[in-house]
Write a protein that binds this ligand. Sequence first.
Ligand code: AMP
Length: 146
Amino acid sequence: MSAARPAYDDNNIFQKILKGELPAHKIYEDDKTLAFMDIMPRADGHALVIPKTGSRNMLDIDPADIAAVMETVQKVARAAMEAFDAEGVTIQQFNEPAGGQVVFHTHVHVIPRHDGVKLRPHTGDMADGAVLAAQAEKYRAVLAAA
Ligand code: AMP
């Protein structure tokens, strides 16, 4: 028998960003999704895409929200190639603590990559706000021209 899945708890950081209670460097928004800069980036241009409807992860999300999130992931990934002169993009998504998830509102990581450049380790250090703001602006400029 499979273990019971925990219910979505809307007292999480990304829900606070959605409600405007916490700031974020936003790069794209539509009626179903929001994309913003990861505050502890593993590479320059590391972005997150989230659904606006609350779900914990891939185990409880409505399939329609998966489709909406992945459409936005593709937009952001394409923009990342141009905005960060990337040679590739790593897309990651974690489910439950055992799967590496830390924030329990569904999110997908979009990480621009360059040949031979390893991802930075998780240090817990927050990136400089001005740097993230400039990177978000690069994304927005590319997306506006798309
Ligand atoms: P995970 O749940 O393992 O996919 O990781 C959560 C991600 O959210 C990490 O990459 C964090 O750096 C990122 N993160 C946590 N708090 C914030 C925040 N306030 N704004 C943007 N990104 C965040």
